[in-house]
Write a protein that binds this ligand. Structure first.
Ligand code: ATP
Ligand code: MG
Length: 357
């Protein structure tokens, strides 16, 4: 029986409320598919930071490396500067474990009203592949001539050949794997003088290895408009760290609620554990009311199973989610227009998994 060691980091706020629902669903699917999980719980969070000045202990990365995958809730707390909690945990893990792919499905689910007029499930259904460790998010640069008339700041972006080629290749491979051989690249080579022409050049070069995959590229500004006007035309969209970041919030926004969207931080070579999380944050405004929607966290758990090679179990979770949401009387949290509580949604999906076979 396959057994997986999972590092469980609920983090802050509603991360603590949605995580138990994902574990509930994992246990149900594990029971059916003959998979078992050893959960290693870590309570690292902004509360840890407030007590110790660190988001994780000194040997934190060593502890995480003992696991097959990491399931993360959300990190962030009023009073703790975002950049400290991000660089101290999330970005640290992404970079040190070389999780250079950020993968997000953009899919309109049944029973969730789409903010775009006349769109139904099926019209909005594509993948965003974001470069996750280099590009515009660098610590290179700094202030100059401080305190003088000439004061300013430089922020550098770094695109290596290795880093650019491997994310583009991942996008092409994904397009083949899902049987939708079409990749759209986000660029801005008319404005960014050095980085984006290089990105375009590598897109063209890597693309020659995939003659069966259709290639498109759009400047980021018009691409954002096309997301909203004609989402049907996308299959796999690949972007740099900054462009991918923006598009991968726009995408879930187009599907009605960010609360259902998952995000996978992947090291495809499996040299290090990959990390799976919902797109949403710790939502301090609703924390404690037990009304947080757990679907983003549950979908993240499904992506984790897929990465671990348990495609069938992963698909069962997705199917159960779809089945539950398709029912008119489904348990829905307030963000989905209902009155259900977090645990009601988790229980419904967990039961649908068990009944599915
Ligand atoms: P962070 O800095 O942690 O990302 P944030 O305030 O920027 O926090 P979110 O925490 O994602 O972003 O919250 C944005 C809005 O979406 C809030 O109004 C929050 O209540 C709502 N929200 C986020 N996640 C959920 C969820 N799972 N269920 C219901 N509402 C949610
Ligand atoms: Mg936020």
């Amino acid at each position: 029986m396959p057994n997986y060691r999972i590092a469980v980091l609920p983090g802050d706020g509603i991360g603590k409320e949605v995580m138990p629902e994902a574990l509930k669903v994992l246990d149900s699917v594990g029971k059916l598919c003959g998979i078992s999980f050893d959960y290693n719980h870590f309570d690292w969070s902004c509360e840890t930071w407030l007590k110790t000045g660190q988001m994780m202990p000194e040997d934190g990365m060593g502890q995480l490396s003992q696991n097959d995958a990491i399931l993360l809730g959300a990190v962030g707390y009023p009073g703790v500067p975002d950049h400290l909690s991000l660089w101290g945990l999330l970005l640290k893990i992404r970079r040190e474990f070389d999780q250079y792919v950020n993968l997000r499905p953009v899919r309109l689910l049944p029973g969730i009203p789409c903010p775009l007029a006349n769109k139904k499930p099926g019209d909005v259904d594509f993948w965003i592949v974001r470069e996750n460790v280099e590009g515009e998010y660098s610590q290179i640069g700094g202030r100059f001539a401080e305190g003088t008339e000439a004061e300013g700041v430089v922020q550098s972006a770094v695109f290596t050949k290795l880093g650019t080629d491997r994310i583009l290749r991942y996008a092409f491979e994904l397009a083949r794997k899902i049987g939708r051989p079409h990749v759209t690249s986000a660029t801005k080579s008319n404005g960014l003088f050095h980085s984006m022409p290089y990105w375009d050049e590598r897109f063209a070069a890597v693309g020659t290895e995939y003659p069966d995959v259709r290639m498109d590229q759009y400047h980021i500004d018009i691409l954002a408009a096309r997301f909203v006007m004609s989402p049907e035309r996308f299959d796999v969209v690949v972007g740099s760290n900054l462009f991918g970041d923006i598009l991968s919030d726009l995408g879930p926004g187009m599907t009605g609620t960010i609360a259902v969207a998952p995000s996978a931080n992947i090291n495809p070579e499996k040299k290090y554990p990959s990390m799976f999380e919902p797109v949403h944050g710790s939502a301090p405004d609703i924390f404690g009311r037990k009304i947080a929607n757990p679907i983003g966290q549950i979908w993240a758990a499904s992506m984790m199973l897929d990465h671990l090679g348990e495609a069938e179990a992963a698909a069962m979770i997705l199917q159960a989610m779809m089945d539950v949401l398709s029912r008119p009387d489904a348990a829905r949290t307030p963000d989905m227009g209902g009155e259900a509580r977090t645990a009601d949604v988790g229980n419904a999906i967990s039961q649908a998994v068990l009944k599915g076979l």
